[in-house]
Design a protein around this ligand. Sequence first.
Ligand SMILES: Cc1cc2nc3c(=O)[nH]c(=O)nc-3n(C[C@H](O)[C@H](O)[C@H](O)COP(=O)(O)OP(=O)(O)OC[C@H]3O[C@@H](n4cnc5c(N)ncnc54)[C@H](O)[C@@H]3O)c2cc1C
Length: 444
Amino acid sequence: MPRSKTRPRFESWGRYPTLQADLRPLNWATDFPLPNPPATRLLPVGAGRSYGDVCLLENGTLLHTRGMDRLLAFDSETGILRCEAGVTLAEILDFAVPRGFFLPVTPGTKYVTVGGAIANDIHGKNHHVAGTFGHHVQCFELVRSDGARILCSPAHNAEWFSATVGGMGLTGLITWAEVKLRPIVSRGIDYNGEKFVGIDEFLALSRKASAEYTVAWIDCVATGKNFARGIFMQGEHSKEPGPLKKSPEPWLIFPIDLPAFALNHFSMAAFNTAYYHKQLPKVKTAKVDYEPFFYPLDSVLHWNRMYGKNGFLQFQNVLPHEGGREGMIEILRAITRSGLASFLAVIKFFGDMPSAGMMSFPKPGIMLALDFPIRPGVSFDLLDRLAQITLEYGGRMYSAKDARMTAQQYQAFYPQWREFERYIDPAFDSAFWQRVTGRRPLDE
Ligand SMILES: Cc1cc2nc3c(=O)[nH]c(=O)nc-3n(C[C@H](O)[C@H](O)[C@H](O)COP(=O)(O)OP(=O)(O)OC[C@H]3O[C@@H](n4cnc5c(N)ncnc54)[C@H](O)[C@@H]3O)c2cc1C
């Protein structure tokens, strides 16, 4: 009998789902042009910092880009950096900060690649003024399985640019890109944190906020008079010249997979209460380093082990301003009622700038992001309910953080998916795309 080949198993940052695939570390000398037709379907993968299955492909070949990690050119007049797609944002910061430059947009971790940042058109705390990562990409090269190499920019092959920014790796492989960095004079951030209680106080603070970076941490466990309490955080790059050295390497590593019982309602409620009271005065101002301001979780490597082997689910959505207040209250109530808690919940206003990508997630409104440990029979039901509320209030969910949307929900959130399909490389596929087009059933 022929033996079936056992492929290694891969998981993303959320550790769910775990799927079999071959991993092919890309090599410039031998892998281009890409094999056509390939032995299996292909999907590029960067640092695997997405949460669900957008970077996974069952029984496919993952084209691992991390070896494509060269910085190719830098113009200190314009701040334009050309680099290969497997370079991480951490590597860019190590190069750029000592030269007085910073990323134009950064997510809550610096351990993502440039290719991954483009393919999910990531956003940061400055979305309301800077838009998404794609707005700062000057151009990139897209390699297709038929051997075509397409130079894409907002002005040149603009339809390929728009399909690939936020295109979840499905339109082909990005090999290199040019990104415009912004100048800074110090590592310092002028920080202001203000405590609030309730969605209305959060909304009022968001409306009057003037800083470049804004985000709020919100307690998703507290009920009664403490319902929706949180800390509204604002920051600006310091204008006072200060140190511009490279960050030290992190040395803390989360050592083990915690058992499922360690993260329960009580431990998370205790964490949320402690976090809220960590700041004693109602308003606090300070000068802080950019690392803890942008990347509080990066100081502990492998922190996702905290959720144990079962992994965890992210929920990230945006609701339009109209009805957004009521929708967010309904979502927060559904979470507190479920008994499932989250420590890492953030809420923020997205700005009005139309995204650079056809399938990009951000749109004007209120964005909420949080994590739940996977508890059989509870977590999936809650996620399904939150997706449904999002749909009812005219919002959408973020593909990079999702392991659960149904095909029907996805297609309602992103009705342009049919138009996008025309740009998908016939040799490329993903577990996410199979799920949201109805080709792969939902688990459980
Ligand atoms: C702690 C944490 C905080 C986060 N905070 C934010 C946040 O604030 N904002 C936000 O937007 N996101 C956030 N994210 C999500 C993360 O920024 C995105 O998932 C990002 O795309 C991950 O990049 P990656 O290099 O790990 O890509 P992967 O996860 O490996 O892949 C992501 C997608 O990009 C595609 N891809 C990767 N490389 C290429 C390439 N060279 N060519 C074509 N396609 C490619 C893959 O096929 C896949 O579809 C966060 C994630 C973590 C773990």
